[in-house]
Design a protein around this ligand. Sequence first.
Ligand code: PMV
Length: 317
Amino acid sequence: MQICARAHPNIALIKYWGKSDLSTNLPSAGSLSVTLDGFTTDTTVAKAASDELLLNGEPGGAQADRVFRWLDACLTHRPPLHIDTRNNFPTAAGLASSASGFAALALAVDALLELGMSKAELSVLARRGSGSAARSIFGGFVQLKLGQDSDSTTAAPLLDAARWPLEVVIAVTQAGPKETSSGEGMERSRLTSPLYQAWTECVPGDLEKARDAIERRDFGALAEVSEASFLAMHAVMISSRPGLLYMKPASLRCVERVRELRREGLAAFCTMDAGPQVKIICLPEAADDVEAALRETPGVVELHRVGLGPGAHLVTA
Ligand code: PMV
């Protein structure tokens, strides 16, 4: 028997950057995101004679080691597994492939081994593989809340995609894998950035503001707090020692261009993760103009446009 699960990446509006416990991959603060459609990870799992992982058709290498270490830590007495995982978008380039990857795999393994996990339990399992993956179990607007411990730190849905169908334009400014993985980068920030403590302390207030803005469908308020969150995260990254410069000149040009468009009245704001790509969240009526402006922005090598999408789900192989 084989099981196939599909999950979509998510983009955090209120960012996660830093862990309080490495052994359970526990984040030091909550976060809030939107799950995308269009970009997908499809993961097929089957019992096998020995562990094997194919990533986009190639042997998984270091990614395979990471996945099997995670499964061993979370699931005792599991059988060896054959895993085939494919992304229809660039892997490890700051487009959240680890979020959709671990969410799809958590769901597929749960179904194959008939573990009967709840969505909250699947979210915890995915989170232990990659912090942001907890959120890709759910669709639309999603919040990860800190609990008392690892098992109670889980994501939960806030609002379905259809109830506020925003669009996301993704400006790729540099293809290829990122320089420093988010796991390594966030540990460096925790250990060396003089801004780290202040950063974790400002997240709860930002989460409140974002939740409130989403509840009221107040795009301007969501833009303000989301932009502040990603810029604060990049300040922490840049102030780590040595500094993590995920933001490149072309990324900054996109951010400035979108700020200009917002001043001219377009409903759009930027966010960035641990990579040079810029994600622009817009009201649907602004997306054409945003796309046209970014097409003209020097350094943009590729543009994608997606909507908000559903949580992880099983698909017939
Ligand atoms: O899930 P990870 O460990 O790849 O961390 C992702 C962190 C950011 O993408 C930079 C922010 C976020 O909240 O998704």
